[in-house]
Structures are given as C-alpha cells and as structure tokens.
Design a protein around this ligand. Structure first.
Ligand SMILES: *Cc1c(COP(=O)(O)O)cnc(C)c1O
Length: 401
C-alpha cells in the first residue's frame, strides 16, 4: 500500500498535505533501490547505470582488501560490539583503528564515532555550552548546525568562506562569552569549494577560540595521499579538532575526531553518542583499518581521483555547462529550478546515468543542481559515457546549445 492510498487520520492529515506539496514543487525525494555493490556501475531499480552520485571517492566501498578484512574480522570477533564501550569494554579493533587514524592524520590522538554526523553531535556540545559562542560558516553541514543547537551556545554565523567577516564577528562578540568555538566545513559538500583554513586560522588565533574543521569530504581526497584539509594547508598542530567520516572516501561507515589528546580524552568522558550509543561494528572497523592500509601504501587511487576530476570538469566546461566554483571532485551542474533538475536527472537515467537532482532544503531555492561525484572507480570510458549523456540531455532540455 502506498502512502497516498493509506487511510490518514485527521491529526496526521497535515503530513499528507506537506508531502503532496513537495511533490508538486519538485522537491519530493524519490529514493532508488540498488541491487549491486557500489562501484563505477550500479544496478539501479533493476537497470544498469553509470554511478555519478556516491561519495565512494576512491572506489573502496567494494575493494577486495576491505571486503576480505571485514570477513576475516567477523570470523574472529563476530559482528557487533554488543554495548557501549564505556560499559562493556572496548574491542581491540577500535583501539587499533583510533591509533592508526591519529597516525594517518598526523595528530596525537583520535576517537571513533558511529558516523560523522554523530561525531559533530558528540563533539560540539562537549566543548561549548550556554555561556559560550560558536562562530559558524553560514553554509556549514546540517550535522554541525545540529551539534551547535544541541550545545545551547549562542550561534553567530559568518559569511561563507569569508575570514574578514569572521574577524568582524569575533571582534564584535568574542568578549561577551566565556569560551568560543570557530567551526567550518573543510570541503563544502554541495558546491565543492574549500574553506580558506589558513586565513581562518590566522584570524582565530588572536581571539582565544577553539578551531574545529569538519573534513568529511577532504578525508582521502585532499592533502598528501588523502590526509585531509589540515595536511593540504600544512596546518599541523594549529587546528584543534578535525572531524571526519569513514563513510565517504574510506568507503565504509563511521565518524572520527582527531586532535589534541586532552580533547579526545574529554570526548571519551563527555561525548554523548560515545557514551550512549554502541560503537562501530566489527566489519566496519576492520574494513576501515584496511582502507588505511591501502591509503598508506600508495597515493595511486588519490592521484587517479584527481586525474579523473580534471578530465571530467574540463570536458563539462567545454560542453558549456555551468559547473560552479568547485575545486574538488564534487561537480555541481547548476540548473536553477528544482523541476528542471529533476527532469534532467530522469532523462540522464533514461540514458543510463544515475545522478541525483539536489534541491531545497539541501541547497538554497533557485540553486537546484545535479551533483556529479567523480571517483577513482571510474575509467576514462565511463567518464566519456557520462559526458555523452550529459551532452544529449543538456541539448534536449535546452540547458546547453
Ligand atoms: C557527509 C557529512 C557528514 C556526515 O557523515 P556521515 O559519516 O555520513 O554521518 C558530516 N559532515 C559533513 C561536512 C559531511 O559532508
């Protein structure tokens, strides 16, 4: 029985009305079903399609070494951690992962969470509270926003990627609060632009504020061999806290916080998703360890990701598409109104390409787009196949000449 056939009682009727209005305005998300593993090609709703939308930057989601590590760990440890770590003890796999993550990020300590979302929800309220202020980029990720709200601190937004506006805000407000936190996404996931972390650090250090960056889309992508945004800007030891995720380039799932050991120790005592939610599962943890092995052994996958990115973007520009201001593998194809983006996505799918339309509230109204995610899993032929489909649909919809 579909939602529209269901009998809806009076008190839930408003939800039905809201859903209907989402459908009419082209903002209703239809979730497609996959029946293959992640990779350059997928089986989507029963049909083979080129994968242009997952965050599987390095093709690790179905990498044989990760798969093998996960299944071997299951043989030894089973599947689940069975309770929160503070109560039932912590598995040696998690301890090992945290040591390895810290080494990879070139910091003294790291802690894992169940997801990047949880890492933000756990970390921000542990650092600031009612007497404090958070200076937050206006386009920060939803999980940062929710973490800020949960903390009860005053949230002061500064203009996107604008260190001089951050400075203005700090000058105006810093002295009115006990502690201060400056927080920014590293790579902004919808536009693919990168926070000017070096300039943000220069501003922040004069105002006695903790500096935190969420490197979810930088992990495995930016910096030497994918060590992330802090490595990219050579800011080792200067950024207090790096949040990360193992659900994107790492190809698995899980969150991380890396930085000063005092912060990490504090999160083991006061990070609520750490204290009140069970840890990453055994296969996830083992697969993330194998992802670190792959990343530390060679930069081959990261290099291929960037070569693919350059090729695809050059060709898209040559075709006449507006691909925004991204400087990362995230490639937004700007289309404007949500119904056009949805139609574009549907026609791409008919042409064998899976690339989802993204509209409000994920991006501002009037800035709907198709977001293409380039991966090291793509071969040149795959990218050419995708480019041909974009050219065809671009012309049939009048987006390009
Ligand atoms: C994707 C993302 C997250 C969430 O990561 P998960 O591990 O999938 O929960 C958090 N922050 C940013 C900036 C992200 O892009």
């Amino acid at each position: 029985m579909s939602v529209s056939d269901a009998h809806v009682s009076e008190k839930l009727q408003w939800i039905q009305d809201e859903l209907q209005s989402l459908k009419e305005s082209g903002l209703y998300t239809r979730i497609r079903t996959l029946s293959s593993s992640q990779g350059a090609w997928l089986v989507v709703d029963g049909k083979k399609a080129l994968n242009f939308c997952s965050n599987n930057y390095l093709g690790l989601a179905n990498h044989p070494r990760l798969v093998r590590a996960a299944s071997e760990a299951i043989q030894k440890y089973g599947v689940g951690p069975a309770a929160v770590r503070t109560i039932a003890g912590t598995m040696e796999l998690h301890v090992e992962l945290e040591k390895r993550l810290a080494a990879f990020k070139k910091v003294a300590a790291a802690i894992s969470f169940q997801s990047g979302f949880n890492a933000n929800l756990g970390t921000i309220p542990a650092l600031v509270g009612k007497e404090d202020a958070i200076f937050s980029d206006e386009l920060n990720h939803a999980s940062i926003i929710d973490g800020c709200r949960l903390s009860g601190a005053r949230i002061i937004r500064y203009a996107h990627c604008d260190p001089s506006d951050l400075e203005r805000a700090l000058k105006e407000h810093r002295s009115g609060f006990t502690r201060a936190l400056v927080v920014t996404d590293g790579v902004f996931s919808m536009d693919g632009d990168v926070a000017p972390l070096d300039a943000i650090y220069e501003v922040t250090r004069h105002y006695d504020a903790i500096l935190m960056v969420d490197d979810a889309h930088g992990e495995g992508v930016l910096g030497h061999g994918g060590r992330g945004i802090v490595d990219h800007f050579h800011l080792h030891g200067k950024v207090d806290i790096e949040i990360g995720t193992m659900s994107k380039a790492f190809g698995v799932v899980g969150g991380l916080v890396a930085g000063n050991p005092v912060v990490i120790e504090w999160l083991r005592q006061r990070g609520r998703p750490f204290l009140f939610s069970s840890a990453m599962t055994v296969p996830d943890t083992a697969a993330c360890l194998a992802a670190l092995d792959v990343l530390e052994e060679s930069t081959e996958l990261v290099d291929k990701l960037w070569a693919n990115t350059r090729y695809f973007k050059d060709e898209m520009r040559r075709l006449g598409f507006d691909i925004g201001k991204s400087i990362t593998p995230i490639t937004p194809v700007m289309l404007g109104e949500a119904p056009l983006a949805q139609q574009f996505s549907r026609e791409l799918f008919e042409n064998g390409v899976f690339a989802t339309a993204i509209g409000f509230p994920t991006v501002p109204r009037g800035k709907a787009r198709i977001r293409v995610m380039i991966s090291a899993a793509h071969e040149r032929d795959d990218l050419d196949y995708g480019l041909e489909a974009f050219a065809r649909v671009g012309r049939s919809t009048g987006v390009i000449a």
